[in-house]
Design a protein. Structure first.
Length: 235
């Protein structure tokens, strides 16, 4: 599957590229060729989505690049890298109150509004410690990718859905692995809320601590690798 073929590659401005070089470790692990593809997809994400600041927050290029880079990282193995259910990125300065469920949120994926929402403070915190398996951006984009795959029939969505089915079937048929999963406490308890949270938490661990993931649960790691078509940056 030829995932990176572009008739017209978009180029990042030098200032946008310097943000990636300074702050995005995944981008820096890519080959020079893959970095060019990554930059193209970051620029496409920025151009195709509306960025909205809330509570008087001024959206900066820094915010746009880092958020776009997270989406690009997680979909980098996909042939179709656009996330159709998202057209708006809503950013709050910090955790925000939701009238819908009367609670404070750090982020959410809202298909009804075609939006993904972040507390900028918490988004940044997710990257401050790169190996604690807590990353708001990865988690919420994980939800967006998962939901998007359930409503699309492109080849990348098909591979994702088949891989997730294999992963869940494997766990259903292997009680020992399920018990080991819980006993290890490698994945935080929130993973066991539902199958969407399960994937989003696994994704955080997969990105942030891939060696430990592969060492502890190699079969699950393999399924994640196949679902995302991750064949780069040392994964």
């Amino acid at each position: 599957m030829l995932n990176h073929f572009y008739l017209y590659k978009k180029e990042l401005s030098p200032s946008h590229r310097s943000i990636l070089q300074r702050e995005h470790s995944f981008y820096n692990k890519l080959s020079e060729k893959h970095q060019i593809y990554f930059e193209h997809r970051v620029e496409v994400f920025i151009n195709n989505n509306e960025f909205v600041g809330k509570q008087e927050l001024v959206v900066t290029d820094h915010m746009k690049v880092l958020i776009a880079a997270t989406a690009t990282m997680l979909t980098f193995g996909f042939k179709k890298h656009s996330i159709d259910l998202i057209s708006r990125v809503i950013i709050y300065p910090s955790s925000y109150y939701s009238e819908i469920n009367q609670a404070y949120h750090k982020g959410e994926t809202n298909p009804r509004l075609n939006a993904i929402v972040f507390s900028w403070e918490d988004f940044l915190y997710g990257y401050e410690i790169g190996n604690d398996n807590l990353n708001l951006g990865i988690h919420e984009f994980g939800h967006a990718i998962h939901l998007n795959a359930t409503t699309n029939n492109d080849i990348s969505s098909y591979i994702f859905n088949q891989g997730f089915k294999k992963l869940t079937t494997f766990l259903q048929n292997n009680e020992v692995v399920r018990q080991d999963l819980i006993a290890s406490r490698y994945f935080r308890e929130y993973a066991y809320t539902n199958h969407f949270e399960f994937f989003a938490v696994l994704l955080e661990n997969f990105i942030e601590t891939p060696d430990e993931f592969n060492s502890q649960f190699p079969q699950l790691y393999k399924y994640m690798q196949q679902m995302l078509n991750f064949k780069f940056a040392g994964y």
